[in-house]
Design a protein around this ligand. Structure first.
Ligand code: PLP
Ligand code: COI
Length: 341
């Protein structure tokens, strides 16, 4: 495909081949030099721990082309720290922040021509991946690791974009155990979400809404995104050990406070769904996806929002503020964006 043939405004959220990716190896107790590769493949040992015991963590970030021609990456340091926590959580070597930053900048610069133009709504998705490459047959952490970053232009995660999605509340699956790995971004959590996720898709829903794994009373998160609800001037979002602490949600909590909302990070009981004026899913890929309908798969109970088919006013305001900062259209008072020359 030539660059002229790319329909930036119609891109799905998916894999897109670009020119290069960057890689770095951890061996003999230290990280080596960054390497550039044009291959989409990696060559690893048949006993690598990522293949057998799930020593794998990833991240997701976006870079945006501004009206001013500057490329901005949103809150990379938060993602780098989260990758360190993920690595620590499953006994992998932690990539230093500076290495993460350098790899990120290199991956963006080398694939600059794939950054979607300003105004298309698309972004360059940045996908860091950390895997155990050392061989083990006993259940033990590897001694060798590989960090890589690949990138690709993407459109909205849910085909609805900023239009309301339907989600399915499930009782018969958990993505993570109460004292397990739900709070870090490791592949096993996503493997556990595939079965209920595919079932939800077949039944006509964009995503699953998981409950807390212990009591099954509280909302946890919405597939690959956090959940929030708005009632009056309150922005409420679940606090739970089994939820991935979303950097988008953290940012929205700040923006919500800035526009005068009261932010509540606490358990959100299922019964509260009835009282919310607006509900949504938020994350790097999902940005804010307004939720128009939640069906409880067990009881058949339906909760309807966005009755006029559109996102609510507060979700819309937060969405515009967040996207404005990411694009460089709004002031960035907290220094959330890093410009890549
Ligand atoms: N929850 C899960 C399970 C996710 O995979 C993601 C995506 O990274 C999020 C929430 C949103 O997190 P963030 O806003 O940091 O992208
Ligand atoms: C993200 O929001 O960046 C994600 O990683 C979500 C999903 C693609 C796993």
């Amino acid at each position: 495909m030539t660059m002229e043939q790319i329909k930036w405004g119609e891109l799905p959220f998916g894999y897109f081949k670009t020119d290069y990716n960057v890689r770095c190896y951890y061996r003999d107790g230290k990280w080596g030099e960054l390497e550039i590769s044009s291959s989409e493949y990696i060559n690893i040992h048949i006993a690598a721990t990522c293949l057998h015991y799930g020593q794998e963590a990833f991240e997701g970030m976006k870079a945006f082309m501004g009206k001013d021609g500057k490329v901005r990456v949103f809150r990379w340091e938060e993602n780098a720290r989260r990758m360190q926590r993920s690595a620590d959580g499953i006994e992998m070597a932690q990539p230093p922040l500076e290495l993460f930053r350098e790899a990120l900048i290199k991956a963006i610069r080398l694939n600059r021509r794939f950054i979607p133009p300003y105004g298309t709504g698309a972004a360059l998705y940045l996908r860091p991946l950390l895997i155990g490459t050392g061989a083990q047959v006993g259940v033990k952490p590897a001694k060798e690791y590989m960090l890589m970053i690949f990138v690709g232009p993407v459109g909205p995660y849910f085909k609805e974009g900023f239009n309301p999605v339907k989600v399915q509340l499930v009782h018969d699956f958990d993505r993570a155990a109460p004292l397990g790995t739900g709070h870090i971004k490791v592949g096993g959590n996503y493997a556990a979400s595939l079965k209920p996720g595919e079932r939800a898709h077949k039944e006509g829903y964009s995503s699953v809404l998981f409950l807390d794994a212990k009591e099954k009373k509280y909302i946890d998160e919405a597939g690959p995104a956090n959940f929030f609800g708005i009632k009056g001037n309150v922005y409420a979002t679940p606090d739970s050990h089994t939820i991935l602490p979303s950097i988008t949600n953290m940012s929205l909590r700040q923006l919500a406070q800035d526009i005068g909302l009261k932010v509540e990070l606490r358990q959100v009981a299922v019964e509260e769904l009835e009282g919310f004026d607006e509900v949504g899913a938020c994350g790097t890929a999902a940005v804010i996806s307004p939720i128009g309908e939640i069906i409880d798969r067990q009881s058949g109970k339906r909760y309807l929002f966005c009755k006029d088919g559109k996102a609510g006013p507060i979700s819309t305001k937060l969405y515009n503020l967040l996207r404005g900062i990411q694009n460089g259209d709004e002031p960035d008072p907290y220094g959330w964006t890093m410009t890549v020359e």
